[in-house]
Write a protein that binds this ligand. Structure first.
Ligand SMILES: C[S@@+](CC[C@H](N)C(=O)[O-])C[C@H]1O[C@@H](n2cnc3c(N)ncnc32)[C@H](O)[C@@H]1O
Length: 252
């Protein structure tokens, strides 16, 4: 389904935020990385400036730079007003104030826009929409997804989340997702049943506490890895798993 720009909050984060959210080590930064739902984050641009090649996939990249920029400035003040009206919902340790947060979002957008057209030509910004991504199996070592899955649990179904995670695990050997809260600051109701399903599929997971918290309580990152050989195309292991949690979660 074609994306409407007015459905998107084109807020993007920076490299240091990605490093904190995803616990990225120097070794991780050297991996073949895809940022799924990267939007107007400056992660890709900043990595490129360091001589690294990240691929970002997002339906937003169907739009031109000027359209993305206009959308950002249409919504930014309304979002900042909502943040100011809900002071108890936010933690000001990484970002020290709403004003600094706004400044950093503008900085990330500016950096992204400067890199965008050249990065598109170079194949670093690719139009792509979960739950299907047009990459071969195991094209990447690490897939990152920030502020999309789990956060929008009220907008996207359980089945969407499961298909999206499986797709990322098809194209990358390891997947990391942050945060695990919804927009309402509640743990996503999908998380635990999804972990049961993925365990049946043969994936290992770990939930790590990370040094990034803006939404109050949102300082946990999910890391999922495949162990063993790739899953054969078309094979749906959890449909054959007889463990009770798997059978129950298939009913969700
Ligand atoms: C809040 S932004 C997060 C941007 C970036 N990951 C960050 O944290 O700075 C959410 C992004 O999800 C993207 N998005 C929406 N639907 C998507 C889908 N089906 N597949 C992939 N990305 C999607 C939007 O275009 C938007 O750029």
């Amino acid at each position: 389904m074609a994306m409407q720009l007015d459905q998107v909050v084109p807020f993007g984060r920076s490299l240091d935020e990605y490093q904190a959210m995803f616990s990225l080590s120097p070794d991780d930064l050297g991996k073949k990385i895809i940022g799924v739902a990267d939007g107007p984050a400056s992660f890709n641009a900043e990595m490129y400036a360091q001589g690294r090649h990240v691929v970002s996939a997002d339906p937003l990249y169907a739009f031109r730079a000027a359209e993305i920029e206009q959308r950002f400035y249409t919504v930014v003040d309304g979002i900042m007003r909502q943040i100011n009206e809900t002071p108890d919902d936010w933690v000001w340790t990484f970002h020290h104030s709403p004003e600094q947060l706004r400044g950093r979002r503008v900085q990330a957008l500016t950096h992204f826009l400067e890199d965008y057209e050249g990065g598109k030509t170079g194949g670093r910004y690719v139009i792509g929409e979960l739950p299907r991504l047009n990459f071969p199996d195991e094209r990447f070592q690490l897939a990152l997804c920030s502020h999309f899955l789990f956060l929008y649990s009220d907008h996207f179904s359980y089945e969407f989340h499961r298909a999206a995670l499986r797709e990322m695990l098809r194209i990358a050997r390891e997947v990391r997702v942050f945060p695990l809260l919804t927009l309402a600051l509640k743990p996503s109701p999908y998380l635990m049943p999804l972990l049961e399903d993925l365990a049946c599929d043969g994936y290992h997971h770990e939930i790590r506490t990370v040094p990034y918290e803006l939404q109050r309580g949102g300082n946990q990152m999910l890391c999922i890895k495949r162990v063993g050989p790739p899953v054969a195309a078309g094979y749906r292991p959890s449909e054959q798993c007889s463990r009770e949690p798997c059978r129950q979660s298939r009913l969700v």
